[in-house]
Every structure is written in C-alpha cells, then in structure tokens.
Design a protein around this ligand. Structure first.
Ligand code: F6R
Length: 602
C-alpha cells in the first residue's frame, strides 16, 4: 500500500525523505516521489518504478530544503506512471499533497471542479484534493483544510505544503494511519513506524480528522472544530535494529528465524505460576452469558482465527465462528450483547478488519483485539487489546505475526477455559507447560532448514500445488498455500483432505505436488488413506507430520507436542518451503508483485 513520509527540521529534507521512503518500500509500491519547498518554490520530483529511479533523478539535483513530503504509490486509480505518482500539485502550482487512502466521491468532486475550470492531468483520486484546497484557499489555511475535508468521503492520510506558508507542513488523517515523530527540533511524519525509527521513538498519534500544523520547533493540533488539542507523546518500544536485515538475505527469512524469540517474548511475561496471566477484564459471569464468539481477520491472521475457533470450541465449549473481515462486515452477522468478537491483525490498520470491529461494537458486542502494532487504529478502538510482541514485521509475507498470534490464542483459550471451569488447574498447567516448550521446538525445526531447502529444489519449476489437511491441519494447509502463492507465484490451493474426492482429485496427475499436513493423531489414518489415493494417481507428496512413519514421497517430521498446539510447528516448514521455492525462482520475495504489507483500503 502507499507510504507517506514528511520532514521538517534542520537537515536536508530530500535525504531524509529518500531514507524514509526506502523504509517504506516493504509496503509494496510502483512509483515514488517527493516535493520540497526551496526559495519559496515547490519542487516536485517523481518517478515510476522502484525508488532507484527516483534516486537517479535526484542525483544531480542539489536543491537544499528543510521541509518536504514524500510518497510511495501503490496504484489504485490509474496505472503506475510518472504522472500518477505523488506528490500532486494544485492547478496554480501553489499547493502540493501526498495522499494515502481512497476518496470515494472523487468523480463527482472532479466534475464539480471541472465545471469551475479546473483541469486534471492525472487519473488519480488524489489530485482532486490539491485542487479542492486551491479552490477553498483562504488566508487561514486551517479553514481551507477543514472546508476541503468536509467535502471528502473515504479514507485519507494527507501531507500538504503550501507555497504561501513555506515554513509549515500540514498533516491530517481519516481512517488511514499517520504518526508524527519528534526528535529535538525536528519532526518526521509517516504512515508507518519503521519509516522513522532511525530518528526517533517518540511519537504522536493523530486521531481521525485532527490537523497537525508543524513548524521547525513547534507543533499544534486542532480538532475538526478548529479547537486546539493537547496531545501526549507515546514511546515506541521497537528497536531500529529489528527493522534491518542483519545479514539475512531477506526480511522474510530473518523473520522466520526470529520466531522462537518472538513467541518467547509474547508468552513469557504472561505466564505466572505455571498458569496464563493475560491482563484482560473478562469475568466468569460475563463469559457465562456469552453464547457466540466471532473471530474476525483477513489473510494469514484469518488462518490464526480458524485455529482460535477450533480451540475455543474444543476447550471452552462456546459456539465460535471464524470469519473473513470483508465478508463479515457486509453479511449482517447476528451480533448482540451476548457476542464476544476477537479481532486479529498484525498491522492493526487493515481497512476491512477495522470496519468489522466497528460493526461489532455498534451492535453491542465486546471486542478484544490481538494486534502487533501498538497504538494502531484497531488497538485503540477495541475494548481490550492483547499485543503480540513480535516486533516490526517488514516482509510482506506474514510469518512471525502468525505464530505470535497463535501463541496469544493459546494463552487466551487456556485462561478462558480455566475461568469458565471447563478445565481444571492441573490440566491448564500441563497445557501451559506445552506452550512454554514451543520456542525451543521451533528452533529445532529451523535447524533443519537445509532439508526443506533440498526438497524445495524439486518443486520450484512446478506450476501448481495442492495443500491438504484435516481439522487444524487444514488451516495450516491454507496458510502454507497462501505463503507459496504470494511469494512464488505458483498456483496453490488448499483443501480439506476429505473434500478432494468430491471434485478436485480430477486435477491430480503424474508429478502433481501435494503437500499434506498431518499432525492430529486421531485423524492420521484418514490422512494416510487420502495421501495413498492421490499418490495412486501419480502425485508426489510432501508430508509434514509428527508421525515417525514414512508416509509420503518426502517427509518432514516436527517435534512432539500436545495435539492442540501442532499448528505453530507445522507452519514453520511450510514458511521455509515457500521461502526457498521463491528464492530459487529469484523472486524479490520481500516485496512480491501486486501485494501490499498493510491493506488500508477496501
Ligand atoms: C499474508 C499476509 C496477509 C495479511 C492480511 C491481514 O502473508 O500478510 O494475508 O495477513 O493482509 O493483515 P493484518 O494482519 O495486518 O490485518
């Protein structure tokens, strides 16, 4: 998704903006640009393609400026091109903006402005904002901004510079993230924390429709009634080091290898006397009233949600449903005060997940979220939040966010099962002992990375792959197939193993790759039959299992663990498999094509 960076201070703005933009590359983009104010003039430099193209254009540009805005664009309205890249200028070239989000009523606003004599040069929705600002321009620029945003429908994070106010930078957001970092006498504004971590960990969060006016040495906030707002500085706990590759070839591999520590960090302070000790305010009385739990998320987080559903039903005995946020929000789910909604999100900014959260609250449900980014919109709007302490996840393909989400789910389910007396303390303690063993077991799987690397060599020319499993293993098959398709571009599909016979088995032929996850003891005989059926039709199989039997053509054995928790182990070889296959194919796998790290538009 698009990324925003802004700077005002004593250093040379273009250098800071370029550095910031390079930290935003991981979000996915197809063009980039900057605008700076120098000698009372706005200079815009932008370029289609990778950041290197922009750097090339800036190489001989010696403009010195202490104030500027920058953007990485992920095309929505109009193809990737120099013209559609941000920043966009108003028609009279007085105002420049960068915009994240989507202006939903841009077509009618564009027609309105065209009737007033405005001409548009790009295909973007964003250009109308620059011209709208010009149209409503008055001496007090705060009035101009408020009049403009009162006309906008949709989501936006906006940075604005204005030639008539050459020492100020204006920032505003609505439903799209924007943070302001402060370091002595300079300010760094960004859509995402890693972009500014190098310079500061002290940040302000902007609320919807709040405007920040920044000058060197001063910052003022206003609400949409133009009243001054006092804000507190929040401290980011992430380390800048964590946002670097530290010798790994890719962020994805680094993050796969960070999982033992990420899981350890997520669970260690939440276990007391051998029992889960999550800081949440759910009482036994409240839980006895609850008759339905929805777990809502997108993509990889949804796969963690499916695990939560399964464990809640098995260990707590409450009816639970996992739902894809973009479906949930439009299908009129039956929610009332007796519904608990659990939201899962790494970024805490996914547009559909945020909308699902709001819907749930509107209908009277209590919302607990499991989020990685502290202070994100989902975290702030939930009744309760449990953070996954995974640190920044930079690679587009989610790995450590998933395993830390599972870790929190394990603790949460055990805590709630104990609270509702569905399990005794002794059982809870023995389950927690198993959870505590996870980091070491992940470590031992990672030590066998070369086995998976070898196996990946046989598969990277394949065009299709099928992933199968039953119960919780099916959810990991879904996650494994998502990992493979998103970074290797190989067509991959996941099936509940018992469903194959109902149609899909027709696609199995000589040498078709089938990855089977079988870690649930009672389902093992059923899985073996499914594997034999497909092998009989020529498939080559890779089996991820805890069984010592040689079940498939290739086998990878995970360490023993209580069956409730095998998912957090079976997923690791599948992450590695996707990684090595994509790497053999020489794909830029930290930034796969068409994908964005944080999906802040619908
Ligand atoms: C896949 C992936 C996505 C995200 C999804 C939700 O590797 O990263 O499927 O899991 O976009 O994102 P968050 O968790 O930020 O809400």
């Amino acid at each position: 998704m698009c990324g925003i960076i802004g700077y005002i201070g004593k250093q040379n703005a273009p250098n800071i903006l370029l550095k910031g933009l390079s930290k935003l590359e991981y979000r996915g983009y197809d063009s980039s640009g900057i605008a700076i104010i120098s000698k009372n003039d706005i200079n815009i430099i932008k370029s289609k393609g990778k950041l290197i193209n922009l750097k090339e254009k800036l190489k001989n540009n010696k403009i010195n400026s202490k104030l500027g805005i920058g953007h990485t664009r992920w095309a929505t309205h109009g193809v990737p091109s120099d013209i559609n890249a941000h920043p966009h200028l108003s028609q009279n070239k007085q105002i420049a903006i960068v915009h994240n989000g989507i202006i939903e009523n841009y077509l009618s606003l564009k027609e309105e402005l065209e009737l007033k004599g405005y001409h548009f040069i790009s295909d973007t929705d964003s250009e109308i904002i620059a011209n709208m600002l010009e149209y409503y321009k008055e001496e007090n620029f705060l009035n101009t901004i408020n009049k403009t945003i009162s006309r906008l429908e949709g989501s936006y994070a906006l940075l604005i510079i204005n030639k008539d106010d050459p020492n100020k930078l204006f920032a505003i957001r609505n439903e799209s993230p924007l943070i302001i970092g402060i370091n002595n006498e300079e300010y760094f504004i960004a859509s995402d924390i890693p972009a500014i971590l190098e310079w500061t960990k002290n940040i302000y969060y902007l609320n919807n429709k709040e405007v920040a006016i920044l000058k060197v040495n001063s910052i003022n906030f206003f609400n949409n009634k133009k009243e001054a707002v006092i804000k507190k500085i929040s401290k980011i706990t992430w380390d800048y080091e964590v946002a670097k590759k530290n010798g790994y070839e890719h962020f994805m591999l680094k993050e796969i290898f960070e999982q033992p520590n990420a899981v350890k960090d997520t669970i260690k302070l939440r276990i007391k006397n051998g029992l889960p000790n999550l800081d949440i305010k759910l009482t036994e009385k409240y839980l006895n009233v609850i008759d339905k739990i929805y777990i809502v998320a997108c993509g990889t987080a949804y796969h963690a949600g499916l695990n939560a559903k399964n464990l809640i039903e098995n260990l707590i005995g409450i009816n639970a449903e996992a739902d894809i946020a973009s479906e949930f929000r439009y299908r009129n789910p039956l929610i009332n005060k007796k519904t608990l909604v659990i939201i899962l999100s790494q970024s805490g900014e996914t547009a559909d997940t945020l909308a699902a959260l709001r819907l749930a609250k509107e209908k009277g449900a209590k919302v607990i979220s499991i989020v990685n980014v502290v202070g994100s919109s989902i975290a702030r709007e939930s009744d309760e939040v449990i953070y996954t302490w995974a640190g920044p996840e930079i690679a587009v393909a989610s790995t450590k966010a998933f395993t830390t989400q599972l870790s929190v789910i394990y603790l949460l389910v055990i805590q709630l099962a104990l609270l509702t007396k569905k399990i005794a303390e002794k059982e809870a303690k023995s389950l927690i002992k198993e959870v505590k063993s996870i980091p070491k077991k992940i470590e031992s799987i990672l030590k066998e990375k070369s086995k998976i690397k070898e196996i990946a060599k046989f598969f990277y020319h394949d065009k299709d792959a099928y992933y199968i499993g039953r119960g919780r293993d099916y959810y990991i098959a879904m996650e494994g197939s998502l990992k493979l398709k998103e970074i290797s571009y190989i067509h991959a599909e996941a099936y509940a193993a018992g469903e194959l016979k109902h149609g899909t088995i027709a696609l199995i032929e000589d040498n078709t790759l089938v990855v089977a996850v079988c870690s649930i003891e009672k389902l093992l005989p059923k899985m073996i039959s499914n594997i034999k059926e497909i092998e009989a039709r020529g498939a080559k199989t890779l089996v991820i299992t805890n069984s010592k039997e040689k079940i498939g053509t290739y086998n990878f054995i995970i360490p023993e663990i209580n069956n409730y928790f095998t998912s957090i182990l079976t997923v690791i070889p599948l992450q590695l498999l996707a990684y090595y296959i994509a790497n053999y194919k020489k794909i830029d796998l930290d930034k796969p094509k068409n994908l964005a790290k944080s999906v802040t538009v619908e």
